[in-house]
Design a protein around this ligand. Structure first.
Ligand code: FAD
Length: 449
């Protein structure tokens, strides 16, 4: 007998419920990845993620080969190709991880129907992409949690599933495969960030172990220090499933201490946003909680924001880090998103789209719902707070080192003076594009009528 393990955002062999179930249930397994024309059509492809994904697939193939198998690659409509591969190998069952987007839900429905016509079965595995299945925790009378703190309490009390190792042997039946896709094959023909990390499970596990050794204990104290760069940078590996979030959580809990506790809490945010999107797939682009005030149109301001030339060095440093690395520190993401939506009064979707075009960890659930959280259309219980770039600079880049790293025009300015270039003589820097106090007033008036 054969079964198909259809990989989506779970590009790993360790603690992969889909691969495990396929290997346990049949003597031969088809580890399948379909370069899905639908995802490209949906506009979710970006050069940075395509490059990272190409690494992930090459690494997955290598891990499977170590176990006697290989990755089978096809190209086209994911449902049609999976159905064809199942027929060619006479696989009785196709295994798939439960997704949370509208796209994933449609894919699952179509696949189930197509396989049923051939008398084959689709089995969907929960807690593969998140630690707890979306929908596992619900408050009384609702289908999902809209507030993080009570969700966190339940999440911490719920026992995650047991972690399982990689299957030792994988035997793949005779079946046609295309060559491993390059970044260009995956739609990543455009320009990519020079400072991208390497993708794949091997790189992910090395980074995870280095993080546990060198970073985790200091995380509670240091995670907001922009220049210190003391977060795990595991987000792209979690986005592509090179690491199991359940394994990561359990390892951190075993490690223990205040750093690990704070880190585990961040993993809960990830599950939280995923359960919101699973319940409300439209929240990917529609306001989760409608805002009654209107966005403004200011294309020049948006362009300055995208280019990192707003005149506020901390905002600019962050936007340039995004372009250079395909990644941005969480503190900086909060600030630039608040600045765009609350100081410049621009629609959060403009910012979310720009992030998705560049972020190597660009993730529909995390990106869209964090943007909504900041914009005041989402799950923030204090939707009227506005982050001020100068206050944020004092707290999170007190010496100005983060700005000097990313804004070369200001590299020669010493100390925190770098945050206020308009006070400096002989420094050529764009003037601030907005008056922060006036903007804060405008925001307050609009919100409170
Ligand atoms: P760490 O601090 O080491 O945290 C560990 C892991 O916890 C992260 O890898 C991530 O998986 C998870 N995590 C941490 N914070 C959050 C959060 N607020 N929401 C959800 N999960 C979290 N994260 C993405 O993975 N993809 C995105 O597209 C994305 N877009 C964002 C957009 C905005 C406007 C904001 C404010 C945040 C966004 N985040 C996104 C969340 C967060 O900024 C990143 O996960 C984090 O910066 C990644 O760096 P790290 O791996 O070093 O994080």
């Amino acid at each position: 007998t054969a079964s198909v393990a259809l990989f989506t955002a779970d590009l790993r062999v360790h603690d992969n419920p889909v691969l495990r179930a396929a290997a346990d249930g049949a003597s031969r397994v088809v580890p399948l990845f379909v370069v899905d024309s639908g995802i490209r059509a949906a506009g979710f492809v970006a050069p940075n993620r395509a490059a990272f994904l190409a690494d992930c697939l090459a690494d997955l193939d290598e891990e499977l080969r170590k176990r006697g198998g290989r990755l089978v690659v096809r190209r086209g409509d994911v449902v049609a190709e999976t159905r064809r591969v199942a027929a060619e190998t006479d696989a009785g069952t196709v295994h798939l991880a439960a997704g949370v987007s509208g796209y994933a839900a449609r894919r699952e429905r179509r696949l189930r129907a197509a396989l049923a016509e051939d008398r084959r079965e689709l089995r969907v595995h929960d807690a593969s992409l998140t630690t707890l299945p979306a929908g596992a925790l619900v408050p009384a009378g609702r289908d999902h949690y809209a507030v993080f703190t009570p969700y966190l309490r339940r999440w911490l009390a719920a026992e995650p599933r047991a972690v399982r190792g990689a299957p030792r042997v994988i035997e793949v039946p005779e079946v046609r495969s295309e060559r491993l896709p390059s970044a260009a094959d995956l739609g990543g023909g455009g320009e990519r960030s020079p400072g991208l990390p390497a993708g794949g499970e091997g790189a992910a596990r090395r980074r995870m172990r280095a993080w546990e050794r060198d970073g985790l204990d200091g995380y509670a104290d240091r995670h907001d220090d922009l220049a210190g760069d003391a977060t795990s940078r595991l987000s792209p590996y979690l986005h592509f499933g090179c690491l199991s979030p359940t394994e990561l959580r359990r390892r951190a809990e075993r490690h223990g201490g205040a750093g690990a506790e704070a880190f585990v809490r961040q993993l809960a945010w990830r599950d939280f946003h995923h359960q919101v999107l699973a319940a409300r797939p439209d929240a990917a682009w529609a306001d989760y909680r409608p805002r009654h005030d209107r966005w403004r149109r200011a294309p020049d301001a948006v362009e300055a924001w995208r280019a990192g030339r707003t005149g506020f060095p901390l905002v600019d440093a962050a936007m340039r880090q995004l372009r250079a690395e395909g990644w941005m520190h969480n503190r900086a993401r909060l600030l630039v998103a608040s600045f765009l939506t609350k100081s410049l009064y621009q629609d959060w979707r403009i910012g979310a789209r720009h992030f998705l075009a560049l972020l190597v960890d660009g993730d529909l659930a995390n990106n869209q719902l964090n943007w909504q959280w900041v914009a005041g259309t989402g799950t923030d219980t204090r939707p009227n707070r506005v982050l001020n770039p100068l206050t944020q600079a004092r707290r999170f880049d007190p010496r100005g080192d983060y700005v000097r790293r990313w804004v070369p025009e200001l590299a020669a300015v010493a100390g925190p003076a770098v945050h206020r270039p308009w006070r400096l003589d002989g420094v050529d820097y764009p003037a601030p594009i907005v008056d922060l106090d006036a903007a804060a007033d405008r925001f307050r008036r609009a919100r409170h009528g």
